[in-house]
Design a protein around this ligand. Structure first.
Ligand code: SF4
Length: 460
């Protein structure tokens, strides 16, 4: 029996190096015991991890990505499960792509749970202010489900670079002094301050960004489990905020814009830069780049398409492909100045199927639309359009927050939950796909009429 000692629960490098050597020596999974920390290591024998790499092998990059996440899971079996898959990949490298493989599925579920926990920590850590010899220090308590604290530390160092802070968790504590990260032992909740000056800051912040139109209790409970509520000062506000929901809409947007110091163009650039690194859904993996919206930040009209196409993906600009050219022609005929409107897409990465050398457009699904809604909402918050025109069903779903039928919705003003008016029409690519040119001409005329209707409603 080989006993491998790992230095910590999240010791990916230790596991990787040992697993690589063991797999190269073709040691079967059943002959390895994985242990963490100071546990006794002599219960099962004392054969050392082999140093030889007599049978070198390569593993797919996807396996390493999976392993890096799964190592952070709290399941004690994770090291052995990963090694079992690694040993299997030596014979069958394609196994990692087999979504029906029970072991691959099981490990992917674990990776997802880890990613969810990382997201929860980022979303729900709340600092309390205390005073120490050097002045203000911010301390937060968090109880993760998995071993994610060390992996998340850099995120907080970047986000709160100008504060001195500590995050206490049962497993370990992370400290930032404004220049470097340091680790300390785990803590108990009783060691975390219960004070509240910064709660006021959070409450003010939360009240300013609270969006009553998006309040869905089921979704909120899912994303914000009750376990975390006690750490979050803003939860006390929810009842009060819901009560005054509608009246708060205008003030909410105004507050957010004021908080940006009136520099909407600067805030928009920052937002676009952030979107360039977005990994909220898997679509970023194969597309060339994020294609963010474009246009004046004080535009009164916003047009929302489905997603960038092949040409937009390569150019990095929306509405520049064949459908975009048809759109330009149609809005010109409708008397709308192209340079005065903001154009964006419901989904900001190109989704496609590779067929030979061709990349064939593939429709985004509800999960991808929902993941990308965050960017659309941020754009709306900044641009604050009086009229938002959805081009096609995907865009309609994004602006309305639910599935919509074009024929039932088109050609009339709709009140949007976030404020402003909405208008639904077809996507110009629909016209390009129509084989019957006569029918296409009729549809094009109706499209122009829809656009005229939206412009007229805006000016009335
Ligand atoms: Fe992010 Fe949207 Fe791209 Fe998904 S499609 S990765 S949510 S920008």
């Amino acid at each position: 029996m080989r006993v491998v000692g790992l230095s910590a629960e999240d010791d990916f490098e230790g596991w990787r190096d040992a697993a690589r050597a063991l797999a190269a020596a073709r040691v079967p999974p059943s002959e390895i015991v994985w242990q963490v920390g100071d546990q006794p290591v002599d219960l099962f024998g004392d054969e050392a991890v082999p140093q030889s790499t007599a049978h070198p092998f390569r593993v797919p990059r996807a396996f390493l990505d999976l392993a890096q996440a799964v190592i952070l899971h709290s399941d004690p079996q994770r090291f052995a499960l990963l090694y079992t898959l690694l040993a299997g990949l030596i014979e069958q490298p394609k196994r990692i792509e087999d979504r029906a493989d029970p072991l691959v599925r099981r490990l992917e579920e674990k990776a997802k749970a880890v990613h969810r926990d990382i997201h929860k920590m980022r979303a729900f850590v709340r600092f309390r202010e205390i005073e120490d010899d050097s002045g203000a220090r911010y301390v937060a308590w968090f109880e993760p489900e998995h071993h994610i604290v060390r992996a998340n530390a850099r995120f907080f160092a970047d986000r709160f670079a100008n504060m001195r802070w500590s995050i206490l968790t049962p497993e370990l504590s992370i400290h930032w002094d404004g220049a470097a990260l340091a680790e300390g032992p785990g803590a108990t909740k009783a060691e975390a301050p219960a004070g509240d000056p910064i709660e006021d800051v959070w409450k003010t912040y939360y009240a300013s960004i609270f969006n009553p139109a998006r309040l869905k209790t089921g979704a909120m409970l899912k994303e914000m489990p009750r376990k975390y509520w006690k750490n979050m000062p803003e939860t006390a506000l929810v009842k009060e905020l819901v009560a005054g929901a509608r009246q708060r809409e205008t003030a909410m947007v105004q507050t957010a814009r004021t908080a940006m110091g009136g520099n909407i163009a600067g805030a928009w650039e920052k937002l676009r830069d952030e979107a360039m690194g977005c990994t909220r859904c898997h679509l970023y993996r194969h597309a060339s780049q994020t294609v963010f919206g474009e246009g004046p930040v004080d535009a009164r009209m916003m047009f929302v398409g489905e997603q960038p196409g092949d040409q937009e993906d390569l150019a990095g600009h929306p509405f520049v492909g064949p459908a975009g050219q048809m759109f330009n022609r149609a809005i010109a005929e409708a008397g709308i100045e192209r340079a005065g409107v903001y154009v964006t897409n419901a989904v900001k990465h190109f989704k496609f199927e590779q067929r030979g050398k061709r990349r064939i457009h593939s429709k985004p699904d509800a999960g991808e639309i929902s993941a990308c809604r965050w960017w659309y909402e941020q754009e709306r918050l900044l641009i604050r359009p009086e009229m938002t025109v959805a081009l096609g069903a995907t865009a309609a779903r994004q602006i309305l927050g639910k599935a919509a039928t074009i024929t039932a919705m088109r050609g009339r003003a709709l009140e949007l939950a976030e404020g402003g008016l909405g208008w639904v029409t077809i996507h110009p690519s629909f016209l390009l796909r129509m084989p019957d040119r006569e029918r296409a001409a009729e549809e094009y005329a109706m499209f122009v009429e829809d656009l005229k209707g939206a412009a007229k409603t805006l000016s009335s």
